[in-house]
Design a protein around this ligand. Structure first.
Ligand SMILES: [Zn+2]
Length: 77
């Protein structure tokens, strides 16, 4: 009966320590600061709006557009 008490006490202690360690680890991790995003901005050929290169519609000849609509309008006129 006495051994059972010590085993239970040990389990509680281990659970408490692991929870405490987890809190310390979470607190010591640096806050995820927003990284400086450096992305090339391209002007739309039709309206001149500058848009990130990843969002631009770029033609095979390298001309960028902000949207498919402006691409269509630029080529129709
Ligand atoms: Zn545009």
């Amino acid at each position: 009966m006495r051994a059972l008490f010590w085993i239970a006490l040990g389990l509680v202690l281990v659970a408490w320590l692991s929870r405490k360690n987890r809190k310390v680890a979470a607190a010591s991790q640096p806050q995820s600061a927003p990284r400086a995003v450096t992305e090339q901005m391209l002007p739309c050929r039709h309206c001149g709006l500058h848009i990130p290169a990843s969002e631009a519609i770029i033609c095979s000849d390298g001309i960028a557009f902000c949207s498919a609509e402006h691409q269509r309008l630029s080529f129709s006129s």
